[in-house]
Design a protein around this ligand. Structure first.
Ligand SMILES: Cc1cc2nc3c(=O)[nH]c(=O)nc-3n(C[C@H](O)[C@H](O)[C@H](O)COP(=O)(O)OP(=O)(O)OC[C@H]3O[C@@H](n4cnc5c(N)ncnc54)[C@H](O)[C@@H]3O)c2cc1C
Length: 442
């Protein structure tokens, strides 16, 4: 593997410089390197996959921005992994197809690319016996109330693991090997000749005469400067607008989407959803713009998150094994933004609050139907798992994801034209495959 940590790149002029190794960057690096093109992939974080803390609570402190304590000014917690593979190192492995509106409203057709990824990664729901008893109980209870849930397709192949033991803590990083991580596609890119530099933080894109000329930043504490014919920013919904702002694109980061997320918890006599793989069953309410899924926070995070609600909620930790959890992901409007100086804002408007309250009522009914004590059902504080729509298609990018500077592209969650209101990774992979085809045909 030619990945190197914090060293200078071997050449100073490259055909493609890709910034960030999440699903967008990893897919592009692999597609372009497979086609024999010259690729340098710059990743701010490190490769933690084989380190003892990977997939542990300590790990989440080590590799997440601000030790997992990144908050918007309104108090939404954002978990932002900064490491090889980006947020797929900590994701729940859900593989939702792109929303229909991407093609309908914006004319962006990634169906064939997504089908290719689904085929290659063998994306499908977990078999019934691995979906979890409590999670299945939630889905059955919802079904009996007239809301038919579906088994969520997953970036998970249990056969890859010698001992499949996916639980809520799989959100800290997969330790059993069943879950796909974009870092695997970085490995493939490197095997095909791409050069990877970890510990390389890009601060700005050099733009001259309306064209991207390269990037500047630091690598291993030393200055880094690379000339490039094409620069593709894949630094995520927060990283990409920051680089764009520092490169003279003042409108970057004005407005963002978050798919604002809460958990709704109830307590049952039997085992709860925490000891089961997260998000094995889901339901989408397209009309009201939200998605529900089975999920409980990992054991040690549970009291820390719920302490913000009061002592009783924090102490319900004692019953963590009996918690039945349903996650609400709300399609939020584009608002707030990522601003120079580090400020992130994501206010919630009255319309969103009303829809979230309606979703909460649905969850309450399902949990009671599933056997939860109606006397103690509560909603956790808000969080944001999908910082996105900060460098939007149609606002800052054309349909080919190119900015007004020629040769400067973005391809990650920042490019969504509006909140996706569903797991993002399969859509980002589809967009990256489509962009790679475009670049290779140019
Ligand atoms: C806990 C959790 C669970 C989730 N579960 C799911 C799920 O089940 N399914 C799903 O589809 N989605 C899920 N998501 C969301 C999904 O993982 C992200 O939306 C997705 O990974 C975003 O991809 P990206 O390419 O935009 O950015 P990221 O994955 O964030 O990757 C960006 C990369 O760029 C690097 N970078 C940032 N700044 C710089 C810089 N200046 N220079 C160099 N490198 C830089 C970062 O270190 C990072 O590696 C989850 C997210 C979280 C946090």
């Amino acid at each position: 593997m030619r990945g190197r940590q914090g060293a200078m790149a071997t050449q100073t002029r490259r055909e493609f410089v890709i910034v960030g190794s999440g699903p967008g960057g990893a897919t592009l690096a692999r597609e372009l390197a497979r086609a024999g093109r010259d690729v340098l992939l710059l990743e701010r974080g490190e490769d933690h996959r084989r380190r003892p803390w990977y997939g542990t609570y300590l790990g989440a402190l080590v590799y997440c921005d601000r030790m997992s304590l990144l908050f918007t000014e309104e108090g939404l917690n954002i978990v932002r992994p900064l490491m090889l593979g980006g947020a797929t190192s900590m994701f729940c492995g859900c593989a939702a197809p792109p929303p229909d509106w991407l093609k309908g409203r914006y004319g962006i057709d990634i169906d064939d690319d997504v089908a290719r990824a689904v085929d290659e990664l063998e994306i499908r729901p977990l078999p019934p016996e691995l979906r979890g008893r409590a999670s299945t109980r939630v889905a059955e209870a919802a079904g009996s109330l007239g809301w038919e849930w579906f088994p969520q397709p997953k970036f998970m192949t249990p056969e890859r693991s010698t001992e499949f033991r996916c639980t809520a803590s799989c959100m800290l990083g997969c330790r059993c090997g069943a879950k796909w991580n974009a870092a695997e596609w970085v490995d493939e890119a490197v095997a095909c000749g791409a050069e990877l530099l970890t510990g390389a933080r890009v601060s700005r894109v050099l733009v001259e005469g309306g064209r991207a000329r390269g990037v500047e930043g630091t690598a291993g504490g030393a200055p880094l400067s690379v000339e490039a014919e094409n620069v593709i920013l894949c630094a995520g919904g927060i990283g990409t607008p920051r680089i764009m702002q520092a490169s003279g694109f003042d409108e970057a980061g004005a407005g963002m989407a978050m798919d604002t997320t809460v958990m709704v918890y109830g307590f049952v006599d039997g085992p709860g959803t925490g000891a089961e793989p997260p998000m094995t069953w889901s339901w989408e309410n397209a009309e009201d713009g939200y998605m529900l899924s089975t999920l409980t926070d990992p054991w040690l995070l549970y009291p820390l998150i719920n302490a913000r609600l009061g002592l009783r909620h924090a102490l319900s930790w004692y019953d963590w094994h009996n918690v039945m959890g349903i996650m609400i992901k709300l399609k939020d409007d584009v608002s707030g933004g990522v601003f120079p100086g580090g400020r992130i804002s994501k206010p919630m408007n009255p319309r969103e609050r009303r829809r979230q309250t309606a979703a909460m009522d649905v969850c309450r009914r399902i949990l009671v139907e599933a056997g939860a004590d109606p006397g103690f059902i509560f909603m956790t504080p808000q969080r944001g798992t999908h910082p996105s729509a900060t460098v939007r298609i149609g606002t800052m990018l054309d349909d080919d994801l190119q900015s007004e500077a020629r040769g400067l592209y973005a391809c990650d969650a920042s490019v969504f034209p509006e909140a996706l209101d569903r797991p993002t990774v399969l859509t980002i992979i589809g967009l990256a495959m489509r962009l790679a085809r475009h670049l290779l045909s140019g």
